[in-house]
Design a protein around this ligand. Structure first.
Ligand code: NAD
Ligand code: TYD
Length: 360
């Protein structure tokens, strides 16, 4: 039985990954989820897993050397999947420091702890060990020419403190491969959407605001383009790269689904109108009149677009969920999980919202 150490598994993609893996492998695998439970970590995302599967939660910070090496000492870890990060660009513009601490220093500590546990005295690594670092397409910067795409060899050109910190962590992973022959792989994925996403990010924020009749803030002219992928398709890619990817390589993951932000907002409004029953009070809140163009994000990247040719060719990865279907599933999930959203938005989120949007 393989033992996975998943960091950041209480966040959006990490928790979806844990569900995906248990759905696929059941009790053939064991997962240890290490998460510091920052504002973005939520154990509600993982309810009931302990009773059903070989699953364990450890509250620890990836910057905590002692705690992380103790986990490696106490368990024979086969695979590390490193999701833990500060992940929101707007927060990185307000407070860059924590992004360097978690995303750069935290990743270094994960790499070093795995190296210590997996390397013998001659500098050789035990068979079958893998470290997968989960990264983003934002490290490549912003595309201007509509015919351009991000490839694995596109030079890094990050603009936000978030993407700069992720780029730094990718370079550290690469440095461990090149220097120590450390068994790592990197994935660079486009924007994800799906259940359990924290409502500071565009799609859940718009769904939540529309349902409550709150303004829908559109940064700048709303024409910035993101390449959206349903979260399970990302999880599928991570599983494939972990099990079949070549050590030292990086793989871009994306499903060629580029949309302007304003288009996304209209799709959400149309879908809400379509699927909410007429007798649901929330339906009358949903209106285009809520759309409000607000001050642009500083340094706002214009367009991201992934060329997923390599992962398709080498590992036969294909996305399974078309956007029209994925966004319906996602909206339906948020409608059915109002309590989940209420728990999140009733805490510090209100202060965050006021600070970010109050005078925008
Ligand atoms: P998220 O913010 O929803 O979750 C991050 C998780 O990491 C939370 O559970 C949080 O508690 C935990 N965490 C934060 N700091 C930690 C620390 N110091 N120690 C331990 N745990 C800590 O993020 P997400 O959207 O799920 O993203 C996960 C990863 O995927 C990130 O590395 C991100 O850069 C990458 N990524 C995200 C997207 C996207 O669209 N969301 C796209 C590509 C790549
Ligand atoms: P976001 O979900 O923060 O992801 P990222 O910045 O990592 O791509 O934002 C997606 C796009 O939506 C981005 O171009 C910024 C824009 N946006 C808004 O227009 N309004 C908002 O309130 C938010 C959160 C984002």
């Amino acid at each position: 039985m393989k033992t996975y150490l998943v960091t950041g598994g209480a966040g959006f993609i990490g928790s979806n990954f844990i569900h995906y893996m248990f759905r696929k492998y059941g009790d053939q695998i064991r997962i240890i989820n290490v998460d510091a439970l920052t504002y973005a970590g939520n154990l509600e995302n993982l309810k009931g897993l302990e009773e059903k599967y070989h699953y364990e939660f450890v509250k620890a910070d990836i910057r905590d050397k002692k705690a992380i090496s103790a986990i490696f000492k106490d368990n024979d870890i086969d695979y590390v999947v490193n999701f833990a990060a500060e992940s929101h660009v707007d927060r990185s513009i307000e407070n860059p420091e924590i992004f360097v601490e978690t995303n750069v220093l935290g990743t270094l500590i994960m790499l070093n702890s795995a190296k210590d546990a997996w390397e013998d005295k001659d500098g050789n690594f035990k068979e079958g060990k893998r470290f997968l670092h989960v990264s983003t397409d934002e490290v490549y910067g912003s595309l201007e020419d509509p015919d351009d795409y991000f490839y694995e060899d596109t030079p890094y050109s990050p603009h936000s403190p978030y993407s700069a910190s992720k780029a730094s962590s990718d370079f550290l992973v690469k440095a461990y491969v090149d220097t120590y022959h450390f068994p790592a792989v990197i994935t660079n994925c486009s924007n994800n959407y799906g259940p359990y996403q924290f409502p500071e990010k565009l799609i859940p924020l718009i769904i939540n605001n529309a349902l409550h009749g709150k303004e829908l803030p559109v940064y700048g002219d709303g024409k910035n383009v993101r390449d959206w992928l349903y979260v399970d398709d990302h999880c599928k890619g991570i599983d494939m790269v972990l099990n079949g990817g070549r050590i030292g390589e990086k793989y871009n993951i994306g499903g060629h689904n580029e949309k302007q932000n304003i288009e996304i907002i209209h799709i959400i409004l149309d879908t809400l109108k379509e699927i909410l029953p007429d007798d649901d009070d929330r339906k009358k809140n949903v209106s285009e009149d809520l759309i409000k163009f607000v001050t642009d994000r500083k340094g706002h990247d214009r367009r991201y677009a992934i060329a997923p040719d390599k992962i398709k060719k080498e590992l036969s990865w294909e996305p399974e969920t078309r956007f029209e279907e994925g966004i319906k599933k996602t909206i339906a999930w948020y409608l059915q999980n109002e309590e989940w959203m209420e728990h999140i938005t009733s805490g510090d989120y209100a202060d965050y919202y006021e600070k970010m949007y109050g005078r925008r």
